[in-house]
Design a protein around this ligand. Structure first.
Ligand code: AMP
Length: 187
């Protein structure tokens, strides 16, 4: 991947985007930047950010933008992100997507592809119930899916219009999905 070019993984919670983002990041030797992981780490470390984010996460709500935007700006400015990066879980709404666009222009980076890992809702609920993370209670899962549909799914049209979007069928084996993604990135 050329300098400052990144990938964005969009997809509902439980679509497998975190797993695929990590596999690709290892392949391409660029950082996997997951805002969910960063927030869970902040909670584990009991930082002020973690304390502010915790209740939103437990309820399956998005954490307010002002807690996230600075975090992303700082992370994309770090040396290991200068060759490229994979964003997983960001942007999550229109204002985050606009912020990212402006930030990337400022720092002379660009979005290569936006990957939409598509999986049907019933499969997602089953997968998340099996995962058993703190915010993976059935009611919270359903709420996270609603939040995804309302706030994040509209970004698909945003990136489609920018001719960046590529939809991949996420209801397949981990290996089959990784193979599709590798093919996409080498063409
Ligand atoms: P994830 O690991 O991406 O599924 O994120 C878990 C939770 O962290 C979400 O349900 C949100 O509460 C919060 N979160 C992660 N990324 C963001 C973001 N970009 N904006 C707002 N909240 C986020």
């Amino acid at each position: 991947m050329t300098a400052g070019r990144g990938l964005i993984f969009l997809g509902a919670p439980g679509s497998g985007k975190g797993t695929q983002a990590q596999i690709l990041a290892t392949d391409l030797q660029i950082p996997h930047i997951s805002t969910g992981d960063m927030l869970r780490q902040a909670i584990a470390d009991a930082t002020p950010l973690g304390q502010q984010a915790k209740s939103y996460m437990e309820q399956g709500e998005l954490v307010p933008d002002d807690l996230i935007l600075g975090l992303i700006q700082e992370r994309l400015g770090q040396p290991d992100a200068q060759k490229g990066w994979i964003l997983d879980g960001f942007p999550r709404n229109q204002s985050q997507a606009e912020f990212l666009d402006n930030l990337l222009t400022q720092i002379h980076h660009e979005v290569g592809w936006v990957i939409n890992l598509h999986v049907n809702d019933d499969v997602i609920v089953q997968r998340l119930l099996q995962r058993g993370r703190a915010d993976d209670q059935e009611e919270t899962i359903r709420h996270r899916l609603e939040v995804y549909r309302e706030k994040t799914a509209p970004l698909l049209a945003f990136y489609q219009a920018a001719q960046k979007l590529h939809t991949v069928n996420g209801d397949r084996s981990m290996e089959a999905i990784s193979d599709s993604l590798r093919m996409l990135l080498t063409t």
